[in-house]
Structures are given as structure tokens and as C-alpha cells.
Ligand binder design. Structure first.
Ligand code: SF4
Length: 72
């Protein structure tokens, strides 16, 4: 799993729980945005999936980062 403290993750404000996002630092975040409804997310399990931004890692379905894009 991707760790929140890893530099690439921290730089994009990644949190395993979207509700924990620092909204002051990442004002783009809006309630309801989740990795699991992001265009870059490909589900691999009930609560995790891959993300093109973080190759080789799994991100949390209920997570979020500043590169979130609404799933088409
Ligand atoms: S780009 Fe999307 S799927 Fe990847 S970590 Fe950010 S919000 Fe989650």
C-alpha cells in the first residue's frame, strides 16, 4: 500500500481516508471525492486499487490526492 508519508504521496496530499485531507492546503478537495471514483483508479480489491500516479503501489479506495479527476 502507498504510505501517506512517502514524498510523492505527501506532495499530493494523499490520505487513506479522504475525510482526513488538509482542506486548507488542498482546497481543490470536495466532499465525495474518493480514489474509488477517480479516473485514475483501477480497483484490485474491495478497498484498494492501482493508480497511474503511484506505479507499483496500491491506493485506498476511500482515499484521495490532489490529482483526483472525476471518473468519466
Ligand atoms: S490520482 Fe486518484 S486514484 Fe490516484 S491517489 Fe489521487 S485520487 Fe487516488
Amino acid at each position: 500500500m502507498l504510505g501517506e508519508a512517502e514524498p510523492a504521496a505527501a506532495g499530493l496530499g494523499y490520505k487513506e481516508a479522504a475525510t482526513a485531507v488538509d482542506k486548507a492546503k488542498f482546497p481543490k478537495y470536495a466532499d465525495g471525492q474518493l480514489c474509488s471514483n477517480c479516473q485514475l483508479y483501477v480497483a484490485k480489491g474491495p478497498n484498494n486499487g492501482t493508480c497511474a500516479i503511484f506505479p507499483g503501489k496500491l491506493v485506498a479506495g476511500p482515499g484521495w490526492c490532489n490529482a483526483w479527476v472525476k471518473k468519466a
